[in-house]
Design a protein around this ligand. Structure first.
Ligand code: IMP
Ligand code: MG
Length: 180
């Protein structure tokens, strides 16, 4: 464990078990559909890579990038689309949006509405982590890896000012790192 981490919340082994369980559920639920995993850059890349390997049904992948955070640990609340989804078959796609973490819920609730408006056949959401106590809008994800307390976490794709994404576990970042 590196010195900036206060505590490991989910170890590599725990993450692997969690992702396999999610992949089994998703594979069963999307049997016979046209699944499109839509990763939200950049935080979802590690989770998405693991998740897709464990699916037992055909899938396509795509990515969008949104920004709401900028720097620091508190969301600005506004969602900007930085990289959009370009497909001409969206009306045949059963989209599963893949996120690293849900905090206020603003990013995912905005995106679900946005993708429905674009004409997707169905839109559901899958997040590795959920901080339900932080919710500011009424939003419930369809698939959740783990619910966690209100702590700022990094690793497994999650960053603080672009650092720590490559850590193989999920850990609570020491407050002294961002409260300087
Ligand atoms: P929401 O719109 O408030 O739900 O924000 C979700 C986004 O905030 C995620 O995609 C992350 O990029 C970021 N975020 C929220 N909490 C954390 C955290 O604890 N660590 C790292 N990023 C976080
Ligand atoms: Mg993110």
């Amino acid at each position: 464990m590196i010195s900036d981490i206060e505590k490991v919340l989910l170890s590599e082994e725990e993450i692997e078990k969690t992702v396999k369980t999610l992949a089994e559920k998703i594979s069963a639920d999307y049997e016979g559909k046209k699944l499109l995993l839509l990763g939200i850059l950049k935080g979802s890349v590690v989770f998405m890579g693991d998740l897709m390997k464990h699916l037992t049904i055909p899938t396509q992948i795509d990515f969008m990038r949104v920004s709401s955070y900028g720097h620091g640990t508190v969301s600005s609340g506004r969602v900007n689309i930085v990289l959009d989804l370009f497909r001409n078959d969206i009306g045949e796609c059963d989209i599963l949006v893949v996120e690293d973490i849900i905090d206020s819920g603003k990013t995912l609730s905005y995106l679900v509405q946005y993708l429905k408006n674009k004409g997707a056949r169905s839109v559901k959401t899958c997040t590795m982590l959920d901080k339900p106590s932080r919710r500011e809008v009424d939003f419930t994800p369809d698939y959740v890896g783990a619910k966690i307390p209100d702590e700022f976490v990094v690793g497994y794709g999650l960053d603080y000012n672009e650092d720590y994404r490559a850590l193989p576990y999920i850990g609570i970042l020491k407050r002294e790192v961002y409260e300087k």
